[in-house]
Design a protein. Structure first.
Length: 183
């Protein structure tokens, strides 16, 4: 198949690539740019391990054509760092054990980083739904648990991991943990 020349803007830098028109964004990132933080897992857009931000929106790179991202800003887990150090969410995942095995952690972090601006708004006292940010992290984690063992209900260890992620997220965003009285 004939290759075409495209320009991808990834983590703030422009890259010219000669790729086949059918090449997936995940493959272009991993093979052509050696950005291996995004992972290939399900290959059907159900797990989120390949999540990257495209113009700030979480997208599953295993189902996107690389050429379709030309002219858009792509952010991978490698581009989330703050001033050459781990971003707060990356550090917290490691410090609090939220990473579990670590395979899909980059996808979690990319999804959670999308929610960060929303969380800043939800933290304001005038928003009754400020606990929604914590539920976003819970949903991402629960999705991984469901994918790893769809036939089982989460066991005690998995719920403890979920609890760690929620606690980590709560401490980073300085939000109260949700209670049964939250609306």
């Amino acid at each position: 198949m004939k290759k075409e020349l495209i320009e991808l803007r990834v983590n703030g830098r422009s890259h010219e690539l000669a790729i086949e028109p059918t090449k997936l964004l995940l493959d272009a990132l991993r093979q052509d740019l050696q950005l291996t933080g995004s992972k290939r897992a399900c290959d059907d857009s159900s797990c989120g391990a390949c999540t990257v931000l495209v113009d700030g929106i979480p997208m599953l790179s295993c189902t996107m054509l690389a050429a379709s991202c030309e002219g858009q800003e792509i952010t991978t887990i490698e581009g989330v760092s703050e001033h050459g150090s781990l971003a707060a969410i990356q550090k917290a995942y490691g410090d609090w054990g939220g990473a579990q095995c670590g395979f899909c952690t980059p996808g979690f972090i990319m999804t959670v980083s999308f929610f960060s601006p929303i969380i800043r708004i939800l933290r304001k006292p005038r928003f009754a739904a400020r606990s929604a940010a914590i539920f976003a992290a819970a949903l991402v984690t629960a999705r991984c648990i469901r994918q790893s063992k769809p036939q089982l209900k989460p066991n005690r260890r998995e719920w403890q991991s979920l609890s760690k992620v929620l606690t980590t997220f709560q401490s980073i965003m300085n939000l109260p943990l949700p209670t049964t009285n939250d609306q």
